[in-house]
Design a protein around this ligand. Structure first.
Ligand code: ZN
Length: 299
């Protein structure tokens, strides 16, 4: 049996694994995201050690925090570009790993990889278009359209959609580029900056969650209007707050004002806005990217 390498590279930690998409990994390691040189060395070391133990990889897939260059014609394909994590700006992630390990590399954003995995293996099977969102230290989103990850001039940056602020919310937003974009108003750091406490320290009945649901619902509704998806997967740490996803559904229904034919009923809203079906969708997505890079057709 052949194995693949997967790297889910987030802004605070990286998960590296050997295995196959949709299966329990044969080996997995969590690596803190520090300097690019040190972090990439540890990833390379992990795969070399597994290879010496009898788990060589045929190809590597990387789902990476961004922004990244995904243009196959660009000399900077596989690079991280204008990230606020300054040390990582201009880092050649795909090339460094591919040259060191001597395997083909599939590369995309972490949320695009997660969207592909939820569409192929998780909670969005048969739902095309499908959108995957993660709400945590930032807000990110990816889409699968006609069975493929949606790319464009660069890649979607759903977390930086501009939002209407709720009338009773005086928080200016914290995004260094836009202030009150979606991420600036509704990510984990926004919750902490607005309420002076981390999200995990706020009880489920705290007014923070009503406001959070309002912003998440507004962004999800914008995506329903823009892409007409058949499922929106709401992932990430914040999304796991008890009862939050139900509040997002009911608030989105109320903001939508029955404009869309579908979803209309509470059941249709529950069917549209879904919890993830996979434990680490970005990692399964990275395995799928690896299989694509190896030329293996995946169904
Ligand atoms: Zn922004």
């Amino acid at each position: 049996m052949e194995f693949y390498g997967a790297v889910e590279a987030g802004g605070t930690k990286i998960v590296a694994a050997v295995g196959r998409a949709g299966e329990e990994p044969r080996a997995l390691e969590r690596i803190p995201t520090t300097d690019p040189g040190e972090t990439l060395d540890r990833i390379i070391g992990f795969f070399r050690a597994r290879a010496s133990e009898g788990l060589p990889i045929r190809a590597l897939g990387v789902g990476c925090f961004g922004p990244v260059d995904l243009d196959p014609a660009s000399p900077r394909w596989g690079f991280i570009t204008s990230t606020p994590k300054l040390k990582w700006q201009g880092t050649d992630v795909a090339g460094t790993l591919g040259r060191a390990l001597g395997v083909p590399v599939g590369f995309d954003t972490d949320v695009n990889a997660a969207a592909l995995a939820e569409y192929r293996l998780g909670a969005a099977i048969g739902r095309d278009p499908a959108v995957y969102l993660t709400v945590g230290t930032g807000i990110g989103g990816g889409a699968v359209v006609d069975g493929r990850i949606l790319h464009g001039a660069s890649h979607p940056e759903m977390g930086h959609m501009l939002m209407a602020r709720r009338e009773d919310d005086g928080f200016p937003g914290f995004c260094p580029f836009h202030g009150s974009c979606w991420e600036g108003l509704a990510s984990g750091p926004a919750i902490e900056a607005r309420w002076g406490r981390r999200g995990e320290d706020l009880p489920p009945d705290h007014p923070a969650w009503d406001l959070e649901a309002w912003y998440l619902a507004q962004g999800v509704l914008n995506l329903l209007m823009a892409l007409s998806p058949r499922a929106v997967i709401l992932g990430g740490g914040i999304s796991q707050v008890p009862g939050l996803i139900d509040r997002v559904r009911s608030t989105a229904a109320s903001l939508c004002a029955a404009y869309l034919d579908r979803p209309q009923t509470p059941e249709e809203w529950s069917d549209m806005i879904r919890a993830p079906g996979l434990k680490i969708p970005g990692l399964d997505g990275a395995f799928l990217l690896a299989e694509e890079a190896a030329g293996v057709s995946v169904s």
